[in-house]
Design a protein around this ligand. Structure first.
Ligand SMILES: [Zn+2]
Length: 298
């Protein structure tokens, strides 16, 4: 079958990230994105919100009213550095960290009907036709309500995009080869949470006990040490969120994350998987850029 997109010569995407905020992609996957660019792979990022409820590190950078627009620009800068050409914003509002006032904003992502978000995502998946999809797992790395929600719905959207009974008039069904959760090792996040400048200071007890996933459940460790300098630059593009000085202090949570120079993923089964041995983009990354052995966790 030929879609309008194919007739225009727009090839399918190799890796599609579906996450919640500008900077989620850079923390978890900037190195993987750089690897993909080097391979000439086509990548795309669907970002559910503009991060309107994030911090403003310095008041000269944004006001609460301009933060969404500023963060969109920061994201565009970050994506141009790693060569992600296809950026789509769903335009929902950042719901804020758990138990904050932003949770109650009627425009917040978490207050939207899940079917609305699902319909958007199925449309984008059928349009972009990704081989590999990356989203958040149920723990949302540190329990951010938007991470939890978008991960759950994106995983369902990957399944429904392939279902020819589901919105049959909305583009051709598309079956992705592989689904991954962007994962962080629990042991590392717990160590970070114990640091004085921990970004996890304000999260609930429940989320603090459920940070990341056990390293034994991570299926793919990509050694992205070659791109650590680039990753610092990419993270630095998120000016309102990231203090560049934090890279210089090896005890800062930021440096702790980067010093490991690994990006982690958990492969998830799809209903049509035969044996999960499909050769997909992150499998190729694993064989090309390393990570055959699990690194030590401190
Ligand atoms: Zn986030």
């Amino acid at each position: 079958m030929t879609t309008a997109d194919e007739r225009l010569g727009n090839p399918p995407v190799d890796i599609l990230w579906i996450l919640a905020h500008p900077d989620d992609e850079s923390f978890g996957s900037a190195g993987t994105m750089a690897w993909a660019r080097e391979r000439g792979l086509r990548t795309a990022y669907i970002c559910a919100t503009r991060g309107e409820a994030g911090q403003i590190r310095e008041s000269r950078l944004a006001t609460p009213d301009t933060l969404g627009a500023v963060r969109e620009q920061e994201l565009r800068e970050a994506m141009s550095l790693v060569g992600v050409s296809e950026l789509r914003l769903l335009g929902f509002r950042d719901s804020g960290m758990e138990n904050t006032d932003d949770n109650h904003n009627p425009m917040a992502l978490i207050n939207q009907p899940p079917e609305t978000i699902l319909t958007h995502l199925v449309g984008h998946i059928r349009d972009l036709r990704p081989a590999t999809v990356v989203t958040f797992g149920s723990e949302g790395v540190y329990g951010h309500p938007d991470h939890v929600m978008i991960g759950k719905i994106a995983a369902r959207a990957v399944e429904l995009a392939a279902d020819d009974n589901w919105l049959p008039d909305m583009l051709q069904p598309w079956r992705a080869d592989a689904l991954y959760f962007s994962a962080a090792p629990r042991e590392r996040l717990k160590a970070m949470a114990a640091l004085p400048d921990s970004p996890f200071g304000q999260i609930s007890e429940r989320s603090r006990n459920n940070l990341g996933i056990p390293s034994s459940e991570i299926t793919h460790w990509l050694d992205v040490s070659r791109w650590v300098d680039l990753k610092k630059q990419v993270l630095g593009s998120h000016h309102t969120q990231v203090d560049p000085e934090a890279f210089l202090n090896p005890d800062s949570p930021m440096a702790q994350r980067l010093l490991h120079a690994f990006e982690q993923y958990q492969r998830r089964p799809l209903p049509w998987d035969v044996d999960m041995e499909t050769e997909d983009a992150l499998e190729r990354a694993r064989s090309e850029i390393g990570a055959k052995e699990v690194p030590g966790i401190t």
